[in-house]
Design a protein around this ligand. Structure first.
Ligand SMILES: Nc1ncnc2c1ncn2[C@@H]1O[C@H](COP(=O)(O)OP(=O)(O)OP(=O)(O)O)[C@@H](O)[C@H]1O
Ligand SMILES: [Mg+2]
Length: 208
């Protein structure tokens, strides 16, 4: 079983979007998957409630009160963290995660906040053991804005694992309980390409 935590204390950077799309990717490939919604707002579970019965199943768990256990048959667990997380919460979550994804928006404020968050992670012995990767979310063609952050990450040997486009496809998918992988391919083929390096990083280059 592999557990992936999607976390960033900054609100609205794409944690729920990445969690739900990743869960639906595994569901589409018939990998038994659980989605743990750690956020009391429960946006991921609301998305799951919209999900059509014809789509691949995703086991939804309300983790907002600390429940992190999943059924035995589950092979991938995707966890959606809330915006505000204490260090104690983060330690517990990081201990329960194999991979940690940090989505970052292309704004100077978000980039600086992500830099600070990563700095804090590295100062904490328990937290810095995890395998961490960043995801540039809502990236436009010009991704120069990330270059300072990427230089900083390079020094720390933390990879920027993917650049996801800013597109209505994610909004349409969020409304319908789907992931972009489950939408008409002609609409989403560019986006599916942007997810390839992300999946590859999570799966350590192994075939599913
Ligand atoms: N790549 C994208 N393209 C277009 N819209 C996006 C993209 N990523 C996220 N969004 C939209 O941005 C909004 C915030 O995204 P999301 O809810 O995933 O962030 P979050 O980090 O989970 O927020 P919170 O901290 O409040 O839990 C949502 O309306 C979502 O549909
Ligand atoms: Mg969210």
């Amino acid at each position: 079983m592999k557990k992936i935590l999607v976390v960033n204390p900054k609100g609205g950077c794409g944690k729920t979007t990445i969690t739900t799309n990743l869960a639906s990717y595994y569901a589409l490939w018939e990998v038994p998957v659980a989605l743990i919604d750690l956020d009391p707002q429960q946006s991921s579970l609301e998305w799951l409630n919209q999900r059509g019965k014809h789509l691949g199943p995703i086991h939804g768990i309300d983790g907002s009160r600390g429940k992190l256990s999943v059924p035995n048959e589950v092979q991938r667990v995707v966890m959606d963290a809330p915006a505000r997380t204490t260090t104690a919460q983060l330690r517990k979550l990081f201990e329960n995660a194999d991979e940690v994804l940090i989505p970052v928006l292309p704004s100077p404020i978000d980039i600086r906040a992500a830099g600070r968050f990563i700095g804090e992670l590295l100062l904490d012995k328990t937290l810095r053991k995890s395998r961490v990767g960043l995801v540039a979310n809502r990236a436009r063609e010009n991704t120069l804005i990330y270059s300072n952050l990427e230089a900083f990450l390079n020094k720390l040997k933390i990879p920027m694992v993917a650049h996801l486009r800013d597109t209505q496809n994610y909004i349409r998918a969020a409304d319908s309980g789907q992931g972009i992988f489950e939408m008409a391919p002609y609409l989403v083929d560019k986006d599916m390409d942007t997810w390839k390096p992300l999946i590859k990083w999570i799966e350590n280059d192994q075939k599913l």
